[in-house]
Design a protein around this ligand. Structure first.
Ligand SMILES: Nc1nc2c(c(=O)[nH]1)N[C@H]1C(S)=C(S)[C@@H](COP(=O)(O)O)O[C@H]1N2
Ligand SMILES: [Mo]
Length: 211
């Protein structure tokens, strides 16, 4: 073991060796810092989504259903997120950066109806997940195409995935192609398989029956 930091090494490590442990207050209960590795978790075979055929729809309980192609989506005003992500399988990853369009922009264009209260997110692969609108509006959620300064890879959901970093990462659907606004809540893939309806990592809402 060589404990001397290599000045030529990438500087993305949060600490060198065990000299400076990560701020424990940054980890939600029951989570650990996964470090540099970014695990891949997919229930389905990674689909190949060609940007030439890509569309993203916003429909359901909206005044004005929308659909964007790849160029149209990328031409929308975009920003991004810098911060941490938390998977229910207990890994957290610090200091991620993502670029994409806020759901305020996407849903704002479609204008949810007065009784709209939920979002059902659909992936082209068939995966679904549900969220209260309150968890995706107000600068809390994005459709992203870039992670860590690079184009989102297919295994991580490219060309675009949802990003809802304040909830467990199963809510961040990969290969997203449809945002269905709804007046009623409808459990998605993992929510139908025992996971919590909301999934706040700070409240440790992992499974049905958790607070
Ligand atoms: N379409 C789809 N989206 C998905 C999943 C999946 O299986 N299919 N897994 C979810 C879970 S459980 C997690 S932790 C994250 C994993 O994202 P990553 O593979 O980029 O780390 O994607 C979420 N989005
Ligand atoms: Mo997960």
């Amino acid at each position: 073991m060589n404990d001397t930091p290599d000045p030529a090494a990438p500087v993305t490590r949060g600490f060198v060796g065990r000299e400076r442990p990560a701020d424990p207050g940054r980890l939600p209960p029951g989570q650990y810092d996964v470090g540099e590795n970014w695990p891949v978790l997919s229930a389905e075979v990674v689909p190949t989504v060609h940007t030439e055929e890509f569309t993203l729809a916003v429909d359901g309980a909206v005044e004005s259903p929308q659909s964007w192609d790849w160029e149209g989506l990328r031409a929308l005003p975009h920003d991004g997120y810098s911060g941490d992500i938390h998977c229910v399988t207990t890994w957290s990853k610090f200091d991620m950066t993502f670029t994409g369009v806020s759901l305020d922009v996407l849903l704002g264009a479609a204008v949810p109806t007065g009784d709209a209260a939920y979002l059902i997110v659909h992936s082209s692969s068939g995966y679904t997940t549900n969220l209260p609108l309150a968890d995706v509006l107000g600068g809390k959620a994005w459709v992203v195409w870039e992670a860590q300064g690079k184009e989102l890879t297919a295994e991580h959901g490219g060309p675009v995935r949802l990003l809802v970093p304040h909830l467990y990462f199963w809510k961040s659907a990969k290969w997203v192609n449809r945002l269905e606004v709804s007046s009623v809540d409808r459990p998605g893939f993992w929510e139908n398989n025992g996971y919590h309806d909301r999934g706040d990592p700070w409240l440790e809402q992992r499974y049905v029956g958790d607070p």
